[in-house]
Write a protein that binds this ligand. Structure first.
Ligand SMILES: Cc1ncc(C[n+]2csc(CCOP(=O)(O)OP(=O)(O)O)c2C)c(N)n1
Ligand code: SF4
Ligand SMILES: [Mg+2]
Length: 350
């Protein structure tokens, strides 16, 4: 058969084209011997980004740890849709923590394994954005500060979905949730609040911090594999659209995740000991408006008179990410230290 060069659209998104790649370049998920750590039959909504992200993360981590993995899971959609008593979709040792203490429970499991001399068994802690950036932040910071041997994964769907779409510290400005209604002078969530968990993790100068989306599943798996090669505290922040909470079509989950990255809304990068060492460049920049429009949580911005002022402010946020992480720059990625980045930001030391 004549040699045919693979095209970017066939493999370049990382989400498609597995069967066109050499066997060892395919995703873990495309292998018949994957562990199916989060197996079928759970009750996530159709198109749930969190279910997709968790499946890829856990199977990649299981492969990297040769099946010797324990997961501690905060309360949230991921726990509720996967474990309606007496059923469970988890095919690995899995422990349900409280809403706010998954990092501490994961730490305890890691400490017990260390005491038993079982450094062959690895530990993952995981939770939603609420469990991570709000109620679990102190436990997570402690886990970072002690450099406990845990990979903590935050599945960020930008609100408390499990309990009915309430705002979290990761909800973006202007988004409507059930506690940030699209009414009043500043409809939806306010500007100028919230927490950037990846930057907070970097400030602890832990061995590894990375962000990823469910639009680039190969990249997500690669980051899990890299994280599993490292000992100590590691943090992975995965952008996972929620069709129910965001008012988006179930079929658009991957598309919306890709638009978040290609608009600069969600920067995809890796950092080692507080320094950015790699970024996923924007391949084809799109205006933030293209990302906002398919989501009903932003519908109030696109009435008869589009709210151009708010849309411009959201575009300015994305532009700041693009400048801060060099998402559009040509050439090799240059790492930037956190303090250097902070010095350039409006919130940094002046
Ligand atoms: C101390 C405590 N407060 C509140 C709750 C109720 N609760 C359970 S899950 C949850 C929200 C979870 O949000 P997030 O962590 O973002 O996960 P998601 O469901 O969005 O995946 C809340 C408020 C609880 N279980 N424990
Ligand atoms: S509400 Fe959102 S996060 Fe929860 S199961 Fe449904 S799609 Fe997934
Ligand atoms: Mg959430």
């Amino acid at each position: 058969m004549p040699y045919k060069e693979l095209k970017m659209y066939q493999t370049g998104t990382y989400a498609v084209g597995n069967r066109l790649l050499e066997t060892d370049e395919r995703t873990v998920q495309s292998r018949t011997d994957r562990s199916n750590s989060l197996t079928s039959g759970h009750r996530a909504c159709q198109g749930c980004g969190e279910a997709l992200g968790a499946r890829y993360v856990l199977d990649a981590a299981m492969r990297a740890s040769r099946g010797e993995l324990i997961a501690a899971n905060a309360t949230g959609c991921l726990e509720v849709f996967s474990t309606p008593f007496p059923e469970s979709s988890w095919q690995l040792p899995w422990i349900h923590s409280l809403f706010g203490n998954a990092p501490a429970v994961a730490t305890g499991v890691a400490a017990a394994l260390k005491a038993k001399g079982r450094d062959d068994i690895r530990v993952i802690g995981q939770g939603g954005d609420g469990g991570t950036v709000d109620i679990g932040l102190a436990c997570l910071s402690g886990m970072f500060e002690r450099n406990d041997d845990v990979l903590y994964v935050c599945y960020d769907n930008e609100a408390y979905m499990n309990t009915g779409v309430q705002r979290s510290g990761a909800t973006p400005p202007a988004a409507r949730t059930t506690t940030t209604k699209p009414v009043g002078a500043e409809p939806g969530n306010v500007f100028g609040q919230g927490k950037n968990a990846p930057l907070i993790a970097m400030a602890h100068e832990i061995p590894y911090v990375a962000t990823a989306t469910v639009a680039e599943l190969h990249d997500l798996e690669d980051k899990v594999e890299r994280a599993m090669e490292i000992r100590g505290a590691r943090y992975l922040h995965v952008f996972v659209p929620c069709p129910l909470g965001w008012g988006a079509a179930a079929a658009d989950t991957i598309k919306i995740a890709r638009l978040a990255k290609e608009s600069g809304v969600f920067p995809v990068f890796e950092a080692v000991e507080g320094r950015v060492v790699g970024v996923s460049k924007i391949r084809s920049q799109v205006p933030v408006e293209d990302y906002l429009r398919p989501q009903r949580r932003f519908a109030h911005l696109f009435g008869e008179q589009p709210d151009t002022e708010v849309i411009e402010r959201l575009q300015a946020h994305a532009d700041r990410n693009i400048a801060r992480f060099g998402l559009l720059d040509d050439g090799p990625t240059e790492g930037k230290g956190l303090m250097e980045m902070l010095a350039e930001s409006e919130h940094g030391p002046q």
